[in-house]
Structure formats: structure tokens, C-alpha cells
Design a protein around this ligand. Sequence first.
Ligand SMILES: Nc1ncnc2c1ncn2[C@@H]1O[C@H](COP(=O)(O)OP(=O)(O)OP(=O)(O)O)[C@@H](O)[C@H]1O
Ligand SMILES: [Mg+2]
Length: 257
Amino acid sequence: MLLQVSNISKNFGGVQATKDFSVTVDKGEIVGIIGPNGAGKTTIFNVISGVYTADEGSILLSGQNVTKLPQHEITKLGIGRTFQNIRLFKGLSIIENVMCAFDPQSKYSFIGSIIPTPKRKAEEKRGKELCEHYLEIVGLKDYINEAPENLAYGYQRRLEIARALMCNPKVLLLDEPAAGLNPTEVGELTELILKLSKDFGFATMLIEHRLELVMGISHKIVVQNFGKTIGVGTPKEVQNNPAVIEAYLGAEEEDNA
Ligand SMILES: Nc1ncnc2c1ncn2[C@@H]1O[C@H](COP(=O)(O)OP(=O)(O)OP(=O)(O)O)[C@@H](O)[C@H]1O
Ligand SMILES: [Mg+2]
């Protein structure tokens, strides 16, 4: 199993953001997490990606225990993510925003950090080519020198995904990638997530309020409410689960009424 999360809990000064959460995600599998606002979905990603350390429980990545590791080490070991609120650097071009995530394999020598040695130049070239490659995959090859803030929202989301790919992840965590997108963009994003999952074999976890997206592509859905899991199953199973209908899908129908 690529990712095995067992019984993780996280408390913030009395708020039990996540309690006893477990999930497994295998290579090529897409797992959706849904639930109302404040259900603890982002907290699950923050704990898995090492932004916060779990109070209890364990996280195994390809069998290796990463529960207590700091964020940068977890990223290096292969857990990539995007954020609910897009995090792009203004003042940097699109390719520079992706290059930020480049980790040179051959660390520059002391001399290389002062003057551009052939080794350093070669490594920078490799980084740039990698950026271009990932920007092409997400459909942004034609915009590499533009400012990210000039991009449509859907493209900014893709830029974040390209940056996550730079860390060569095995697990990809996408936190509401469809937020703010129009229906056409949601369709394109759906295709992209499926393509990445198939071509790279990622274990993908997807937090999403846009049910048409998450229900359409997830192999398994976990439903969260008040920090707890209230339903797990195929999209069809959770749609027919009375507890889920009452807590989440029902509430949404009321909102739309
Ligand atoms: N760093 C933090 N400090 C204090 N409380 C936090 C922190 N992060 C999350 N919480 C609280 O934990 C609960 C779960 O928050 P979380 O962001 O995980 O929910 P969510 O399901 O992602 O919600 P949304 O759908 O609105 O994004 C909320 O009550 C939130 O206020
Ligand atoms: Mg959230």
C-alpha cells in the first residue's frame, strides 16, 4: 500500500479538527474526501503532509513511518500537495513559480554556489527542462514567462499542480482544486487529474465540494463531518448512505432549495 493513514487525530486548543481518521490509498487510486465546511478535511492533508504533526495515529508511505517527520522531509519522500487557497509568488513568472520547487540533485559545491560551474549550469538546465515538461503536461507551456496573476483561475490551479509535480511525488493531495472554476474548467481539470493518475500512477487524494467532479472520478469516497468519518465507500454507496445524505448531501439540497 502506497499510503496508509491509521487513526490520526488532531486537536487545536479544544477543537477536535480530526478524530480517528484512517484511509489507504494505492498506486493509481483516487480517493475523494467530502464533507461540510469545518469538517476537518484540510486538517487531514495538513497532518499527512507534515504541516502539523498528528496528536495520535500513524502515516506510512510505502511502509515507511513518516508520522513525525517535518514537512520538507515528507515532501522529499514523495507526498506532494496543492493548497485550498492558491499560493503563488507574485513578482515571479510562471516558470519561476515552478522552479522554486526544484531540488537540485547534485548539490552545488562551495565554488558552484559562487560562480556558475559547468555542473551547476547543467543542473539548472535540467531544472528548467523539468519545469517546462510539467508545465506542458498541465497545459501551460505557452505561458511560461507570464505573470501568474494574469492567468485565469483554472490555470493558476494548474500551475500549483505543476509545482507539486516538481517534487516527484508518489502521493498527490489536491485540496479543492475545482474551487472557483467554471463548468468547462472543471471538466478540463477532471481530465487532467485522471491523466496524472494514469500516467504517473499517483495515489491521489482529492478534497472537493464539487460533487460532480469528486463523484465522477474517485474510486472511493470518505465522508467527514465534525472531524469524524461518517461514511466510506464507492461514490454510489456513499450517495445512498442515510447518514451521509442527512449530514451532507441533504444539507446541500436544503441550501439549493
Ligand atoms: N491551525 C488551526 N488552528 C486552530 N483551529 C484550526 C486550525 N486549522 C483548522 N482549525 C479548525 O479545525 C476545524 C477543521 O478545519 P479544516 O480547515 O480542516 O476544515 P475543512 O473541512 O477543510 O473546511 P472547509 O471545507 O471550510 O475548507 C475547524 O473548526 C477549524 O477552525
Ligand atoms: Mg478545507
